[in-house]
Write a protein that binds this ligand. Structure first.
Ligand SMILES: [Zn+2]
Ligand SMILES: [Zn+2]
Length: 230
């Protein structure tokens, strides 16, 4: 654990608990004001995780969804307190932020899925030591829905930042991003967990890899979506 993280954990332990997002209001959980500032994806497109903005369906994916992904479980847009919580948990390794994020998953939808195995998008190569948000979310889900967790993927390279690339290059950027770590055939229904959903290309690449090893129905769960409202 890095010195900064050790100090942060010591402070978290000694000081009175504050809302993990605003760090103003007291209490270890997300305060009422921050809860009210969350932006729900309502109603959600279950195919891509964006908001459905009119009667013609999803203007984001045009009802086509993310290739290879059957449904997406995500409740909030990546903005306001959600953005703060993700940054606090990823950069500052704050446990209270991590716990708050677990609470904000789309539990109702996740619990309605028929899943044999839960896996996670793995940490990027060369990532610094510390809690990995997507893995923590995946393990929390596995425990709650009483299904096994397995770390299935090895990430083979560090792709260029997706937001720096034009749309037509994004898919190519993540096309062969993963390798499956196990030689055994995978079960039929798999839930892949990532922290943040942006283009969906990472999930698409993960799905392709899982299918090559026997999986048939791939579901995705994320804690927030970056382009949910477009
Ligand atoms: Zn707050
Ligand atoms: Zn959609």
């Amino acid at each position: 654990m890095r010195t900064g993280s050790v100090l942060q954990h010591a402070l978290d332990f000694c000081l009175p608990a504050l809302c993990p997002a605003c760090q103003i209001h007291s209490g270890a959980e997300l305060c009422e004001s921050c809860c009210n500032d969350l932006i729900p994806i309502e109603p959600p497109c279950r195919k891509c995780g964006s908001i459905i903005s009119n009667e013609h369906g999803c203007q984001h994916c045009h009802n086509r969804g993310i290739p290879g992904i059957r449904t997406v479980s995500v409740r909030y847009a990546y903005a306001g307190p959600m953005r703060t919580l993700i940054l606090q948990s990823k950069i500052k390794a704050r446990r209270s932020a991590l716990l708050a994020l677990c609470e904000l998953l789309d539990w109702e939808h996740i619990q309605s899925l028929e899943v044999d195995l839960v896996t996670t998008i793995p940490p990027s190569p060369g990532r610094r030591y510390g809690p990995h948000l997507a893995s923590t979310l995946a393990k929390t889900i596995a425990q709650k829905i009483e299904r096994p967790f397995q770390s299935c993927f090895k990430q083979l390279y560090l792709p260029a930042a997706q937001h720096d690339l034009p749309n037509h290059l994004r898919q190519h950027n993540t096309a062969d991003l993963f390798k499956i770590k196990t030689k055994q055939n995978l079960p039929k229904n798999i839930l892949v967990v990532d922290d943040l959903l942006t283009s969906g290309n990472t999930l698409q690449s993960a799905s392709k890899c899982l299918r090559q090893h026997g999986a048939q129905k791939i579901y995705a769960a994320c804690v927030a979506r970056t382009t949910a409202l477009r």
